[in-house]
Design a protein around this ligand. Sequence first.
Ligand SMILES: Nc1nc2c(ncn2[C@@H]2O[C@H](COP(=O)(O)OP(=O)(O)OP(=O)(O)O)[C@@H](O)[C@H]2O)c(=O)[nH]1
Ligand SMILES: [Mg+2]
Ligand SMILES: [Zn+2]
Length: 310
Amino acid sequence: MKAIVYRSTGSWYNIKTETGKAMSARIKGVLKIDGITSTNPIAVGDEVVVEIESESANTAMITEILPRRNYINRQSPAHKWHHHIVAANLDQSLLFATLKDPKTSQGFIDRFLVTCEAYHVPAIVVFNKADVYKNKELEKYAALEEMYGAIGYHTVLMSVKTNQGVQEVQAALENKTTLLSGHSGVGKSSFINTIFPELKLKTQDVSGWSGKGMHTTTFAEMFDLPRNIAGRVIDTPGMREFGLVDISKQELSHYFPEMARLINDCQFNNCLHINEPGCAVKDAVANGSIDEERYISYYKILESINEKTY
Ligand SMILES: Nc1nc2c(ncn2[C@@H]2O[C@H](COP(=O)(O)OP(=O)(O)OP(=O)(O)O)[C@@H](O)[C@H]2O)c(=O)[nH]1
Ligand SMILES: [Mg+2]
Ligand SMILES: [Zn+2]
C-alpha cells in the first residue's frame, strides 16, 4: 500500500495511507536510497510503500521509498558532507523573511533561492512582521520587491498580527504542497495558526522574538489544509544558516536567473564572472541591470563552494 510521510521524528514516521488512514511507521531493514548520503533517509513529503504491521496498534513498516519528484536539501548542521533533506515532492516553497526582529539577510534569501532553482521548486518570498516595520524597513521592502520582481520572484509584504497580506499568501497554498522555511522566530507556525486555528501549532510566547534564537518548532511536519481545501503545507524548524549542497562553481550562475540569461554572451564558456575579460555578467553589474547585492551573494556563495576532489 502507498502512503505519504507527514512527520519524521527519527526512527518513527507519521504517515497517511492512500486510504486516508494516519499511522506510525518504521523502516524495515536497510533502505537503500541511491546516491544520497542523507542524515534522514526519509523526509516529510516522501511517498513510500508500506506493509501494515498491526491494525490495532496502527503501525506499519516502510518497505520502499518511491522516486522523488524534487526535494529541498541543505548541508547537515552536524556533518558538513551530509545532506539533510528538508522535504520532498514540493510544488512550491514560501521563504519567510523578516526585515526586523529578527533580520533576515539577503545572503540567506539568495542561498535559499539558489537551492530552489537547482531543484526546480518555485519560490515566493514572504516578508512577515510588516506591523513592526518603520519607514526604513518599508523602503527596504519596496526596493527588494522591485529587485526580486525584475528577476521573476514574487514577494509579499505580510503581517500575521494585522492580517495584512495573509489572504494573498493563503490563496497561494490551494491545490499545492508548500514548504515553509526561514529563520527561527519569523512567524511560520504563527502564519499556519492564523489561517488554520484548528491546528493550534506551538509558537513562541507572546513576548515575541527574544533574540536568543530558540527554536519553537522542532520537527518538520506536513498538514492537510482543513475545510476540504486541497493542498498541504509543511512547517519546519527555523534554520540559522542555509548550507548549499551539490552545486559546483561552474553551474552556480545558472541558478541566478538574471545571470543565466547572459552567460552565453560571456567571452569564455567557462566564465565564473569574477574578472575574466568580456564577461557579460560583470558588464550587467556595472551598468546596473544586475543588482550589486545579488552579485555579492553570488560571489560569496562561489567562495564558499569547496569542490569535492575525487
Ligand atoms: N509583530 C509581529 N509578531 C509576529 C508576527 N508573526 C509572528 N510573530 C511573533 O513572532 C514570534 C515567533 O513566531 P513563530 O510562529 O513561533 O515563529 P517560527 O518561524 O515558527 O519559529 P521556529 O518554529 O522557531 O522556526 C511569536 O512570538 C509570534 O507571535 C507578525 O506578523 N508581527
Ligand atoms: Mg515554528
Ligand atoms: Zn562571465
